[in-house]
Ligand binder design. Structure first.
Ligand code: NDP
Ligand code: MG
Length: 395
């Protein structure tokens, strides 16, 4: 029987689960939801440790449920929300369960690291469209994720600014991509000599010139491992091999990336660096909604520059390309080793230049598997973390 939509009936609001709502991407996603409260609703909010902020977000956005991954904060969070009709859960497994809820219509994966993989898989198996910020998921298991998305007919909407730019550049195209031009800011040490890189401290690396992001990705941007991960992410999202993905350093971060087609035409997406733009598009696609974000000022933007990345000073970029060339579980090994050295660098236990050394050693030592299963990825992650940690103590 056909249902009739009455003229005064409000359109349904898209119910969004935000995994990692207390982070840089998560809080910006909530700004987008607040600005378009007629279109979107935060159905599920989750965090790892920052339970006070999660409780505050829950009071503002009234989700049906919240999850705190670190179970030690469960009681505090539950008590803080005791007067509200909000279900409170704890633990990593709860993240997988909440995304399966029938009401959820889209899952924004804004958690950091390998921990994003299990709930992303759970969401895909439950048929939920993914707004993908957690690039580590695609780095670790892109092939597996693509297979699951095909099987469950689930779309992935990229949130990473470069991948959103590529996505926007192919919107409406029926022809295949000849080449992806993946732009990189080059990070805060773009002009540093090898000798200067020896002196880099966490405080220096945490100051990104153009983007205000979580600590892990900010360090990955400084080493350019982030760009290496984005090459891997682009391969799986757009089906383009590594030798047709060209990284170009563009310090102004105005051209967010570009696509070249068979006739030589290049389409790019430009804008003021603001992650709310790709987040909002992932939520509203195929529509574009109004925003109050800054617009490009074409009269003050005097020069846009482009240069070749230096993979000798920024070895992590070369290691990521190498991992992609080897395939199998090698990107998973690189991701795990990188998570260990990234954290160690932040805590002052590893120098800036030792990071690629330990990742390279781990790539040589860890067990290589050409056709990994999901269980293999879990084991590889553990093994590579252990080896990278040994590499740290040996330094
Ligand atoms: P943040 O560190 O700012 O936030 C991470 C979020 O994930 C927080 O809510 C955090 O909770 C939660 N979290 C961290 N670890 C776990 C865990 N083990 N289990 C459950 N939840 C966890 O990161 P960003 O927002 O910067 O980045 C999120 C993802 O988006 C990353 O994969 C990053 O690469 C990607 N990305 C980010 C961009 C940016 O501009 N920030 C740009 C492009 C991609 P808590 O607050 O409690 O610690
Ligand atoms: Mg990016």
């Amino acid at each position: 029987m056909a249902t009739t939509l009455h003229m005064n009936q409000e359109p349904r609001k898209k119910q969004i689960a935000i995994l990692g709502s207390t982070g840089s991407i998560g809080t910006q996603a909530l700004q987008v939801i607040a600005a378009h409260a007629d279109r979107f609703e935060a159905r599920i909010l989750t965090a790892n440790n920052r339970w006070e902020l999660l409780a505050e977000q829950a009071r503002t956005f009234h989700p049906a449920a919240v999850v705190i991954a670190n179970e030690t904060h469960y009681t505090a969070l539950r008590d803080a929300l005791a007067d509200l009709p909000i279900a409170v859960y704890a633990g990593a497994d709860a993240l997988c369960q909440v995304v399966e809820s029938a009401e959820v219509e889209m899952v924004l994966t804004a958690m950091v690291g390998f921990a994003g993989l299990p709930p992303t898989i759970a969401a895909i198996k439950a048929g939920k469209p993914i707004a993908l910020a957690n690039k580590e998921t695609m780095v670790v298991a892109g092939e597996l994720i693509n297979g699951l998305c095909r099987q469950h007919q689930v779309p992935i909407l990229p949130v990473d600014s470069e991948h959103s730019a590529i996505f926007q550049s192919i919107m409406g195209e029926v022809s295949s991509i000849e080449k992806i031009i993946l732009t990189a800011s080059g990070g805060p040490f773009r002009t540093f000599t090898h000798r200067l890189l020896e002196t880099v401290t966490p405080a220096m690396a945490l100051k990104h010139p153009n983007w205000d992001m979580g600590a892990k990705i900010t360090i990955d941007s400084a080493t350019m491992m982030n760009k290496g991960f984005e090459v891997i992410e682009a391969k799986w999202l757009f089906g383009v091999e590594a030798d047709r993905i060209q990284v170009v350093v563009h310090p102004q971060s105005v051209v967010h990336s570009a696509v070249q087609f068979a006739d030589g035409a290049v389409k790019a997406q430009l804008g003021v660096p603001d992650m709310r733009v790709p987040i909002q598009l992932a939520f509203s696609y195929p529509e574009r909604l109004h925003s109050d974000f800054d617009r490009l000022d074409w009269y003050t933007m005097h020069s846009l520059t482009f240069e070749r990345p230096d993979t000798e000073r920024f070895r992590c970029l070369a290691l990521a390309y190498e991992a992609l060339r080897q395939g199998g579980n090698m990107p998973c090994i690189v991701n795990a080793a990188n998570e260990i050295v990234n954290r160690a660098f932040l805590e002052g236990r590893c120098s800036f230049l030792a990071m690629p050394d330990i990742i390279a050693q781990t790539m040589q030592r860890a067990t290589f598997i050409q056709q990994p299963t999901y269980e293999d990825y879990l084991e590889t992650d553990q093994e590579a973390r252990r080896m990278a940690a040994e590499g740290l103590t040996a330094k």
